[in-house]
Design a protein around this ligand. Structure first.
Ligand SMILES: C[S@@+](CC[C@H](N)C(=O)[O-])C[C@H]1O[C@@H](n2cnc3c(N)ncnc32)[C@H](O)[C@@H]1O
Length: 210
């Protein structure tokens, strides 16, 4: 059961031995793909707020013999994950569903190690989403009501402290026509960003004399 809108694992450059976190892991499809890439010395943690999805993912992990995966019940706005503890974060069609995206990106930044990578596939909108869609629960379930404009989405990543924010893939996702007859185009984008490495403090007295 895959409910994603892109392939973050294809561009996340996952390496053997890495610790990976999947935000909104659902039934676990990207966790299982990532588990093969990081190998037995690596680990992949999936976080999802829906108990049924976590139960389903755990069942699939057991049935398919995955030993390097773990699924945790929790919200991506308040991750049940330690500070600076993961090498890479992936997420597939989830952050659009959050009503506090600033907090999601701040949490992602908190749990990544310095130099860590964030790779997300998600839905963005070409222009502001009209109120008629924003207030429609079916449109939320379809992953379009909560979509931000692309520049706002990328801007929130930068505001949270991420650097080198770049769109690596983009395709049409959906076109919705609302009451006023206007068409609203939604895109699926894959975005990669980095948490900057900590700068080493310069030893006292190493600066140039004034
Ligand atoms: C569209 S599905 C995508 C699932 C998975 N990433 C995939 O590609 O199949 C969205 C998932 O995000 C989870 N989700 C939505 N909002 C969340 C939040 N604020 N915190 C944690 N999980 C959330 C839902 O429970 C659901 O499993």
């Amino acid at each position: 059961m895959g409910l994603g809108c892109g392939s973050p694992t294809a561009v996340a450059s996952l390496k053997k031995g890495e610790v990976v976190l999947d935000l909104g892991s659902g039934a676990g499809i990207d966790v299982f793909i990532a588990a093969g890439k990081v190998g037995p010395k690596g680990k992949v943690i999936g976080v999802d707020m829906t108990k049924e999805m976590v139960t389903r993912a755990k069942r699939l992990a057991r049935a398919n013999g995955f030993r390097n995966v773990e699924f945790r019940l929790g919200e991506i706005e308040k991750l049940p994950v330690d500070d600076s503890s993961v090498d890479t974060i992936i997420s597939n069609c989830v952050i659009n569903l959050s009503t506090d995206k600033d907090r999601v990106f701040r949490e992602a930044h908190r749990v990544l190690k310095p130099g860590g990578r964030l790779t997300v596939s998600d839905i963005v909108s070409e222009k502001p989403v009209p109120a008629a869609l924003r207030n429609d629960m079916d449109a939320w379930s379809a992953c379009i009501a909560g979509a931000l404009e692309r520049r706002d989405y990328l801007g929130k990543m930068a505001d949270a402290g991420f650097g080198k924010v770049e769109v690596t893939a983009e395709r049409d996702f959906y076109v919705e026509t609302v009451e006023d007859g206007q068409k609203h185009r939604f895109l699926s984008v894959t975005v990669r960003a980095h948490k900057p490495r900590e700068r080493r403090a310069r030893p006292a007295g190493s600066g140039k004399a004034a």
